[in-house]
Design a protein around this ligand. Structure first.
Ligand code: HXC
Length: 260
């Protein structure tokens, strides 16, 4: 499928998805959503692809939010009846079981910040700026910002950001555990692709399982999370790649993965 608002490229086992509306600072409209859902589904279904990176085109923005021009034409009934924003989580987050990284190259505001927070982790350029400025538009986050930001940075900072709309720079975002790592702006894509290639070199089933476990910590209580961890560990212990991984260690060689 050829896309209008994003580009997709496969580099070995890594899929690079780029939001491509630089003139609108990669604002997220319905077309972007439709195309991202398709691109993530293709990534998930393609056995040759083992990690993905999502970034923004241009030098200024990852995504400056949901498209305000599009939203300004909708009323409450449209938002409610279309269950606006629901597919971001149901189609992209829930159905993408393989790992993906957000490489945030500039503004990640509103829906842009929320989209970055849907990734497994964020690598940020030193120019990145995060914020939930919806309050200034008379609304509030609608794609998980009030929940994921609060879980990431804690109540005090999340509350301050949502109530004032102020932006957090990359250094503060790293200090506040919103991002995994900050890198020089010019090296962002290289660093993100290198990290993705490293993930793609791992036994694929183990990578998916590790993602599922960490998400369980984010989404459930401790007792339930520990059971999920133990059960997934036990399943992995029966995999061919577990045998191969341990044999490769003992024989001092690289493992050759079957993905099962
Ligand atoms: C549509 C946008 C946009 C957006 C920027 N643009 N953000 N278009 N939706 N979210 C467009 C501008 O209209 C402009 O187009 C072009 O991108 C460049 O933007 P400028 O404002 O000229 O750039 P600059 O002065 O550098 O300011 C950058 C900025 C500012 C600080 C990021 O653009 C900004 O504040 N954007 C809005 C951020 C925001 O509020 N995001 C949250 C949206 S609500 P033209 O054609 O004029 O050149 C959301 C969740 C909603 O995401 C949930 C509701 C239920």
């Amino acid at each position: 499928m050829s896309y209008e608002t994003i580009t997709v490229e496969q580099r070995d086992a890594v899929t690079l998805i780029t939001l491509n509306r630089p003139k609108a600072l990669n604002a997220l409209n319905s077309k972007v959503l439709e195309e991202l859902i398709d691109a993530f589904a293709v990534y998930q279904a393609d056995d040759s692809q083992l990690c993905a990176v999502l970034t923004g085109s241009g030098d200024k923005a990852f995504a400056a939010g949901a498209d305000i021009k599009e939203m300004s034409e909708k009323d409450a009934a449209d938002f409610y009846l279309e269950d606006f924003f629901a597919p971001w989580t149901s189609e992209i987050v829930k159905k993408t079981r393989k790992p993906w990284i957000a490489a945030v190259n500039g503004f990640a505001l509103g829906g842009g910040c929320e989209l970055a927070m849907m990734s497994d982790f964020i690598i940020a350029s030193e120019n990145a700026k995060f914020g939930q400025p919806e309050v200034k538009l008379g609304v509030a986050p609608g794609m998980g910002g009030s929940q994921r930001l609060t879980k990431a940075v804690g109540k005090s900072k999340a509350m301050e950001m949502c109530l004032t709309g102020r932006m957090m720079d990359a250094e503060e975002a790293e200090r506040s555990n919103l991002v995994a790592r900050v890198v020089p702006h010019d090296t962002l894509l290289d660093e993100a692709m290198k990290t993705a290639a490293q993930i793609a070199s791992m036994p694929p089933m183990a990578a998916i399982a590790n993602k599922e476990m960490v998400n369980a910590a984010f989404e459930t209580g401790l007792d339930q999370g520990l059971i999920i961890e133990r059960r997934i560990f036990q399943i992995l212990a029966a995999s061919e790649d577990k045998k191969e991984g341990m044999a490769a260690f003992v024989e001092k060689r690289e493992g050759k993965w079957k993905g099962r």
